[in-house]
Design a protein around this ligand. Structure first.
Ligand SMILES: C[S@@+](CC[C@H](N)C(=O)[O-])C[C@H]1O[C@@H](n2cnc3c(N)ncnc32)[C@H](O)[C@@H]1O
Length: 225
């Protein structure tokens, strides 16, 4: 049911393999990636693989950026689909998707879309869930940019702070959800952005968030035409 709603809402994005992001978000994301590139190498980590993984990798290739993306996913079927898109785009050397399989939250017993669960009820518990959250710390590198766009976002934001290189930036998608906000406070440079709508007449307005431990340019990066 949840997946059906997600798939319906994102029908245009899925048709064109576009990230599930607004136009403004995509523009900010691109501007941020380019601003972080030092002319040598750009390391990116993504919690939650998807169309964004392939779309931004193609963008960076077109811009002549040397980069590598590590993405992690928990859903085997989705992981297979993303891998397929990566192969078709010839991005096997630039993009690695890691699988740590565990049940999506919407399949867990007691999950109810209508009611916010009590704090801790669906907290990560299995080793695969913990490995998923810890993934960027196990890859022996620091990241210039980390996108948090899938499971256990509060925990992922905590880990991301430890995995960033100096001046690195973290982006939180769906930042309108207030239950993620407690961990954004760990980042001294922090900016929420109204990112607009997916479609004309969409009721809900989306928000994104950029944060950094040391990079004071976060605010400027959110000014896009
Ligand atoms: C909403 S997606 C976003 C991923 C990516 N950052 C993007 O913008 O394309 C986040 C997670 O939802 C899950 N997901 C999304 N669509 C799915 C589908 N059709 N089947 C199974 N899982 C799905 C995947 O596990 C994925 O990691």
């Amino acid at each position: 049911m949840a997946l059906l709603t997600l798939n319906r809402a994102l029908v245009v994005h899925r048709l064109f393999n576009l990230p599930a992001m607004t136009k403004k978000e995509i523009a900010i994301y691109k501007k941020t990636l380019i601003s972080l590139y030092d002319g040598k190498f750009l390391n990116i980590f993504e919690y939650g693989s998807g169309f964004s993984t392939v779309y931004f990798a193609k963008f960076l290739r077109k811009e002549g950026v040397n980069f590598h993306v590590d993405a992690v996913d928990n859903h085997e079927g989705w992981y297979g689909r993303v891998k397929n898109l990566i192969d078709r785009a010839g991005l096997q050397n630039e993009v690695t998707v890691h699988l740590h399989p565990f049940q999506p939250f919407w399949e867990k017993e007691g999950w109810d879309w209508q009611v916010s669960p009590p704090v801790g009820k669906f907290a990560p518990a299995s080793s695969e869930e913990i490995n998923y959250i810890q993934k960027p710390l196990t890859l022996n590198k620091k990241f210039d940019f980390i996108l948090v766009d899938a499971r256990f976002r509060r925990r992922c934001l905590e880990v991301a702070a430890q995995a960033l290189r100096k001046n690195g930036i973290v982006c939180l998608h769906d930042a309108e959800r207030s239950h993620y906000h407690s961990t954004t406070k760990a980042y001294p440079y922090s900016q929420f952005i109204d990112s607009g709508h997916f479609y004309p007449f969409e009721k809900m307005a989306h928000r994104m968030w950029l944060g950094s431990l040391e990079n004071s340019a976060v605010k400027e990066l959110t000014n896009v035409a």
